[in-house]
Design a protein around this ligand. Structure first.
Ligand SMILES: Nc1ncnc2c1ncn2[C@@H]1O[C@H](COP(=O)(O)OP(=O)(O)OP(=O)(O)O)[C@@H](O)[C@H]1O
Length: 856
């Protein structure tokens, strides 16, 4: 009897509590009555009332920072029915013990989502869903919200769930650091509880507090420990439920238990219905689905608002007016947005250099274009100069250089390397170091220590050098890589004070051999890190901020990648805005200062042609000394590559290597020399000795003869005779060019000794090499091997008898030995040659002229 009486008293208490709850709700609603909906007065009053009913005023609830009461159903008591409101929003969650395969649960989840979205301002709530049990069926009625971009496609597999949780955790970390005003609420709707590991991660999210701006609506979850639920004291949870496998406890969640006829609502966190933890003492009928019309109207409103505000576009990156900003203290541009807030990045004292990482296809090129156009629109060429280096096959920077289709260029661009050679990269870095030295002098002259302190009229532009796929520059452990590392280190260390800024972008920063031991010293100078998808390597190894990023987003970190200094930024797809980019480029091009010149361009895949070469066109009779042109130097200016044939001993040119390009090189050298002589002042003697060179030599002879030059064709015997003649005191026209295709093919003939004079052809050749130049005789010879050249010269002591050398496919070790140079930076490859001038100990990587006879 006593037990019966106690139960009755308990039931009456619960009714009273329920009534108190209903009364409180009614009072709050009443208090909100007289003020106009949405008015500041009403909002203020609601805030005074604890913000509890802000949800009643559509579009005003600050759900990303505070929980708001959201209706879940209607409670029935003997005295009548009342709405049941539970707190939902940032840091306040909902758990239901049955999953959404029970239609009542699916309907409730959808109703809560729609109410939250309705209550909050457009753009303040984003919804993601997990439904592995029913493949996303629970979300189908919300399709219009998906189309409006506020509801992501549901995760229906374990992998998708993991990715979704990665993103949710990232969201939480970003929100915790963000200004509360900029937070966006992420609602994670779980239609069916995922496996234990994912469930544990969801539970962890519920413990993250309101600052994480996450709200979890978790169906199919029963708490592991009984309690907090009416009528469940000591109850057993069904096998197979999360409870059976030890469901992790949730933080700040209202627990709902769905029975056959009604639902029991547990105590909401911080606002319990009961004093004893037994929850609301009234059965609740859950709310059903929101009407289709309501969902569509909501989706339409949100989509319209999104069009206005959320998508970050290329136009968002641009300033109101062009070229109005000063680079005195640094360069700044908008990279994209974090939430709705623009994110500015800078090249200044705090972040002088940047490191950008991202796997291929992650949007690196797009991000760099966004930055470059943003800068170019803000700063005039007098404030900003760009050096752009790309080491991959691609088109990253092609749009900045003139092409036949679009002759405009970006006036800030000074040098652009497309599919660059490492040597070109090093040449650019050398030029930058020279600039650094020049600027150090300039600063000294003005008695200041920083670029910013120079008077405006003396201040040179800041130079931003972008090196895309920079790991190529450091690849291998050779002399060139070491030079590159030294230069980068120096530029990174000193650049800050002199207005030289570096952006190193790569798929990876690991595995760069040449950096061993130096990576820290170098990358320590790069405080600004941008991690794109797959670009975790630019962040601290303990910083997970870039995990699971999607294309179009990046993590920005201004503390050299240290955890906790990350901002997730969305940036626009510059490729998709190609027309806008072109329009801006044309605008900037049209505004270029008088006297602007296009950038010098290096295209690694291109073969220059003698006939098109401006240096060739500029050659004219009377040049002294004549210059044998063979191609272009791989340097910033793309200088002509050649060799001056003056009167000093040894001024001859030896092309060495088995590559057929050797014959072509001699042809170009000869044609360029012929152009520097009026007919009759030079004779050209051709000896096509290597197989397959006859046609080329005959062709060349005909061309020269047609231009009026005396020409003669020699075989090996005639060559020996001629050498004997030239070794004597024979005089001829001003100049004699002996052009031998395959000198080594004459080795046998040259070795033979004249029985009368005891002189061999080799003796005569060596005499000509030594004394010829003084008499205007120069040998242009192709040797198909270095050893053969050395033999013909008579040993290493006579190496200086030929001072001009063009190495084709000759291994670096052999060439280094021949030249007596240790650690020669040379990698033989097709389309490149190493030009050596032994007189001034100069070597230069050259792109030799291609064979235009076979070109279209
Ligand atoms: N902000 C963005 N929004 C939408 N799509 C983007 C965005 N940025 C890049 N993309 C898309 O991603 C693809 C790859 O971009 P991008 O060419 O910049 O990659 P990448 O990292 O430079 O790749 P790779 O190294 O292979 O050249 C492109 O199709 C591009 O349109």
């Amino acid at each position: 009897m006593n037990r019966l009486a106690a139960a009755y008293r308990q039931a009456v208490d619960r009714h009273r509590q329920a009534l108190r709850h209903w009364e409180a709700a009614r009072r709050l609603l009443g208090a909100a009555g007289p003020a106009p909906v949405g008015s500041p007065e009403l909002v203020a009053r609601l805030a005074r009332l604890g913000g509890t009913l802000a949800a009643a005023v559509p579009g005003t609830a600050r759900v990303a920072t505070h929980p708001v009461p959201v209706r879940v159903g209607e409670a029935t008591t003997v005295d009548g029915a009342f709405p049941v409101l539970v707190p939902v929003g940032a840091g306040a969650h909902l758990a239901i013990d049955v999953d959404a395969r029970d239609p009542r649960v699916g309907e409730l989840l959808r109703a809560v989502v729609v109410r939250l979205l309705t209550a909050a301002p457009a753009g303040a709530v984003r919804v993601v869903g997990i439904d592995q049990a029913a493949f996303g069926a629970a979300f189908l009625p919300l399709r219009p919200l998906h189309d409006a971009g506020v509801l992501a496609a549901a995760a229906t597999t374990e992998a998708e769930t993991t990715a979704l949780l990665d993103a949710a955790e990232r969201h939480a970390r970003t929100a915790q650091r963000a200004d509360p005003e900029d937070r966006e609420l992420l609602v994670v709707v779980v239609a069916s509880a995922p496996p234990a590991r994912e469930l544990a991660r969801l539970a962890a999210l519920t413990h993250a507090g309101p600052a994480a701006a996450v709200c979890v609506l978790l169906a199919g979850y029963s708490p592991a420990a009984p309690g907090g639920m009416p009528g469940r004291a000591g109850g057993q949870w069904p096998a197979g439920s999360p409870a059976a496998s030890g469901a992790p406890p949730l933080g700040a969640a209202t627990q709902l238990r769905v029975t056959e006829r009604y639902t029991l609502v547990g105590d909401p966190p911080g606002r319990p219905f009961s004093t004893d933890g037994s929850g609301l003492a009234a059965p609740v009928v859950l709310d059903g689905d929101p009407s289709h019309a309501a969902v569509t109207a909501l989706a339409r409103r949100l989509a319209e608002a999104a069009d206005d505000s959320s998508a970050v576009t290329f136009a968002d990156l641009l300033p109101a007016s062009r070229w109005t900003e000063s680079a005195a203290t640094g360069l700044r541009t908008v990279l994209g947005r974090a939430g709705r807030k623009p994110v500015t990045v800078a090249f200044d004292d705090a972040t002088p250099h940047w490191l950008v990482g991202g796997r291929t296809g992650a949007g690196k090129t797009v991000l760099l274009l966004d930055v470059l156009y943003g800068l170019a629109a803000r700063y005039s060429p007098a404030e900003l100069r760009l050096m752009l280096l790309d080491f991959k096959e691609g088109v990253s920077f092609t749009e900045f250089v003139p092409t036949p289709r679009d002759p405009s260029w970006l006036p800030h661009a000074r040098a652009v390397g497309i599919e660059s050679d490492r040597e070109y990269g090093v040449a650019v870095l050398r030029e930058l170091r020279a600039e650094l030295t020049g600027r150090a002098d300039l600063l000294k002259r003005h008695g200041v220590s920083r670029l910013a302190d120079l008077p405006p009229n003396a201040r040179p532009p800041r130079i931003v050098t972008v090196v895309d796929e920079f790991h190529v520059l450091f690849a291998g452990n050779d002399a060139l890589a070491r030079q590159a590392v030294d230069l980068i280190e120096e530029l990174a260390r000193k650049g800050r004070s002199y207005g030289l800024h570096l952006v190193l972008a790569s798929q990876s920063t690991t595995g760069v051999e040449a950096l061993y031991g130096r990576a820290e010293a170098i990358f320590g100078q790069f405080p600004l890190r941008i991690a794109l998808p797959g670009g975790d390597a630019v962040l601290d190894p303990l910083n997970p901020a870039a995990r699971g990023l999607t294309v179009g987003t990046a993590v920005l970190n201004t503390a050299a990648g240290a955890p906790g200094a990350d901002v997730e930024v969305g940036f626009p797809d510059a490729h998709a805005a190609a027309a806008d980019l072109a329009a801006l480029r044309h605008e900037l091009h049209a505004a270029r200062p008088a006297g602007s010149v296009p950038p010098s361009v290096f295209r690694g895949h291109e073969t220059p042609r003698l006939a098109d070469d401006p240096a060739f066109a500029a050659l004219a009779p009377g040049a002294d000394p004549p210059y044998a042109l063979i191609g272009r130097v791989v340097d910033v200016a793309g200088s002509p590559a050649g060799f001056a044939l003056d009167a000093s001993p040894g001024r001859h040119l030896a092309v060495v290597g088995t590559a057929a390009a050797g014959a072509e090189l001699l042809r170009c050298a000869t044609l360029s020399l012929a152009r520097q002589h009026t007919p009759g002042t030079a004779r050209f003697l051709f000896a096509p000795l290597a197989p397959g060179t006859t046609d080329l030599a005959d062709d060349l002879a005909m061309t020269l003869a047609a231009a009026g030059h005396p020409v003669r064709r020699l075989d090996a015997g005639a060559l020996c005779a001629l050498l004997a003649e030239l070794a004597g005191d024979a005089t001829g026209p001003d100049r004699t060019y002996l052009v031998v295709f395959g000198v080594d093919a004459a080795a046998g003939t040259l070795a033979a000794t004249d029985p009368g004079t005891f002189r061999s052809g080799h003796d005569d050749l060596r005499a000509v090499l030594r004394q010829g130049p003084a008499r205007g005789v120069h040998v242009l010879g192709w040797w198909r091997g270095l050893r053969r050249l050395a033999d013909d010269l008579g040993g290493s002591g006579h190496r200086d008898d030929v001072t001009g050398l063009v190495a084709l496919n000759v291994p670096a070790a052999d060439l280094g030995l021949h030249l007596g140079v240790h650690d020669l930076a040379w990698t033989p490859r097709e389309g490149r040659a190493l030009l050596v001038d032994r007189h001034d100990h100069r070597t230069a990587l050259v792109v030799p002229f291609g064979d235009e006879r076979n070109s279209p």
